[in-house]
Design a protein around this ligand. Structure first.
Ligand SMILES: [Zn+2]
Length: 285
């Protein structure tokens, strides 16, 4: 088809042929996509999973640092309490009365309690640190495994893509080129049907008196309409665009062929009739 031809200039037959060609090219692209299969999706999922794991690891590491700082601070508090205890104990040697002595004893007692409390807190922080280290080890192992999986999948995908890249981009260009030659409205309809069809088929041929997409029978009258190519017919069951499987042959030429076929059929009929009549005569004899 010449590129200069604008969609409005296309006859219905040419539009149908263009749609048919568009479908052929798009089906080739589908085949390549099937070859890649779920790989692009798997790669993306793995990348997301790894990113999620990394975020978790970062969070654990921050919490680990916080716990270490907290332990450090509690140790400082303990040291301070010990200094105070030492001071109060020394002061007890120089008291003037029992009341002063008892007051200092209370202070010492209080500081001892403070130390105990700090030690309890430190034990808790240490326990959490152990937990976090375990979580970190697990997450790091997990991320390592996942990264290895990702590398493998990426390589597989790269290999397939390298093999098919040129072919696919050529097909894409061809598809766009054909689509440009057809009315935009028709292309939109084509794409809509295609996205709804599980096998990506929007344009199908009539095969054995049935729709090539859903295999429902097509009445002879409609089949004739399809062969005439004077309007765009869609399957009443699945909505796919129906095309005569001889679409590559121009209608004028096809009509000539049909004429020959009809004449041949007539001939056979006449011959058969003749044979029958001869047979009947023989039987009578
Ligand atoms: Zn159908």
């Amino acid at each position: 088809m010449s590129k200069e031809k604008v969609s409005s200039e296309l006859s219905v037959e040419e539009k149908l042929r263009a749609l048919y060609n568009l479908q052929k090219v798009d089906s080739e692209i589908d085949k390549i996509k099937i070859l890649r299969g779920e790989l692009p999706l798997e790669v993306r999922d793995l990348e997301d999973e790894i990113a999620g794991l990394q975020t978790r690891i970062d969070k654990y590491e921050i919490e680990l640092k916080d716990n270490e700082t907290a332990i450090h601070n509690k140790n400082i508090e303990i040291d301070e309490a010990k200094v105070l205890i030492k001071k109060y104990t020394e002061q007890q040697n120089n008291v003037r009365n029992n009341r002063e002595f008892d007051a200092l004893s209370k202070e010492v007692e209080f500081q001892n309690l403070e130390i105990e409390l700090c030690e309890k807190k430190i034990r808790e922080f240490k326990y959490r640190i152990d937990e976090l280290n375990q979580l970190l080890t697990n997450s790091k192992n997990f991320i390592e495994e996942r990264t290895a999986d990702l590398e493998l999948k990426k390589k597989e995908l790269d290999d397939i893509t390298k093999e098919t890249q040129k072919e696919e981009s050529d097909l894409f260009k061809e598809s766009e080129e054909i689509a440009k030659s057809i009315d935009e409205r028709l292309v939109i309809a084509y794409k809509r049907i295609r996205s709804n069809a599980r096998n990506g088929l929007s344009v199908v041929t009539v095969e054995r008196d049935a729709c090539g997409g859903c295999f429902n029978k097509i009445p002879p009258q409609r089949q004739l309409e399809i062969r005439m190519r004077s309007k765009i017919t869609v399957c009443e069951y699945c909505g796919r665009i129906l095309i005569d499987k001889d679409i590559d042959i121009p209608i004028a030429e096809l009509e000539k062929q049909l004429q020959i076929e009809r004449e041949a059929a007539e001939d056979t009929k006449t011959k058969r009739a003749k044979r029958r009549s001869t047979r009947t005569k023989k039987d009578e004899e």
